[in-house]
Ligand binder design. Structure first.
Ligand SMILES: [Zn+2]
Ligand SMILES: [Zn+2]
Length: 305
């Protein structure tokens, strides 16, 4: 089979029943990326965009793609070191290397310094087996927002792809959690301390991002987090992959359906308060990060120094 342009194919897109040569494939991913950014007005002229880079294929492809369209706005990148030995250091190395190659400023912030603990010691602190990903997710959102704001960013770009979005939609759906379902992807409310998040990879399937990174020669870390046992998400990933194989286009349909539905869903809206402990935006008296840190009896490091 040959590409429409006559060249040999390197990638077959099942949901279009079409093969692509390398050039046409890369072009089409870039086009889809640009369309997501412009259609949803993700970036405004003059914006400083803070790009969260873990060092995996998604975040690094996102940094590369954003750099390719960075006219009229600026980029700064940063990584969060959760304190997971044998895993995170490699990702941060890849992130720093790509940022250097692209000439983008890159920073590293650690859980140890920002919240006073590392993920490697969570079980010890909790005294029992807890859901690592839940804790890590809350802490990551906290550090990402705080640092993006301190870097003076107007937007925070995160590397969620189409698969991640479809999984999130379906997970809340099967849990029957209408509240979280309707808040998916929406801003938790207005606050000058909250940096709006953008997901420019949201319309691109994970497999295509991986192929893009490989074809572009982007060096990324493919390691899986050793603490990750978020079974619901992993199971849903399996279900969606099975469906996608049998019914190509399923993931797009799930996310597209959600987008059409979202206008009719009740939105939380309103304004956010400031956490009594740390001053970060929060819907309750304490933010989620402080709640968890209190439950773990972790003393937050002095931020004034
Ligand atoms: Zn072609
Ligand atoms: Zn707090």
């Amino acid at each position: 089979m040959q590409c429409k342009c006559g060249s040999d194919i390197v990638y077959y897109r099942r949901y279009e029943a079409r093969g692509y040569c390398m050039k046409c494939f890369l072009d089409s991913v870039e086009k889809k990326f640009r369309r997501t950014v412009s259609k949803n007005k993700l970036i405004r002229k003059g914006d400083k965009v803070a790009v969260a880079v873990s060092g995996g294929k998604d975040s690094l492809s996102m940094l590369y793609l954003l750099n390719g369209i960075a006219k009229g706005f600026s980029l700064i990148s940063f990584s969060v070191d959760e304190g997971i030995s044998g895993y995170r250091p490699k990702g941060i190395e890849c992130a720093a290397e790509l940022a250097r190659f692209l000439g983008i400023e890159h920073h590293v912030y650690s859980y140890r310094k920002e919240i006073g603990m590392e993920m490697d010691s969570l079980e010890e602190l909790a005294g029992k087996k807890v859901k690592n990903c839940t804790y890590c997710g809350v802490f990551r959102r906290y550090v990402l927002n705080k640092k993006a704001r301190e870097l003076g960013a107007a937007k925070l770009a995160v590397g969620h792809n189409l698969d991640d979005e479809a999984q999130s939609v379906m997970m809340n759906f099967v849990r029957g959690d209408l509240n979280r379902f309707s808040r998916l992807g929406a801003s938790p409310g207005e606050s000058p301390k909250f940096v709006p998040r953008i997901k420019p990879l949201r319309d691109i399937p994970e497999k295509e991002i991986a192929a893009y990174a490989v074809l572009k020669g982007i060096k990324f870390s493919g390691d899986e987090c050793p603490h990750s046992f978020d079974n619901v998400r992993r199971d849903m990933q399996g279900v969606l992959n099975d469906f996608e194989l049998k019914y190509p286009g399923t993931k797009q349909q799930v996310v597209g359906f959600y987008d059409r539905l979202r206008g009719s869903l009740p939105l939380p809206g309103g304004s956010l308060k400031e956490c009594e402990e740390c001053g970060e935006p929060s819907s309750g008296a304490l933010c989620k990060a402080c709640e968890l840190l209190f439950s773990l009896k972790v003393k937050r490091p002095d931020q004034s120094s």
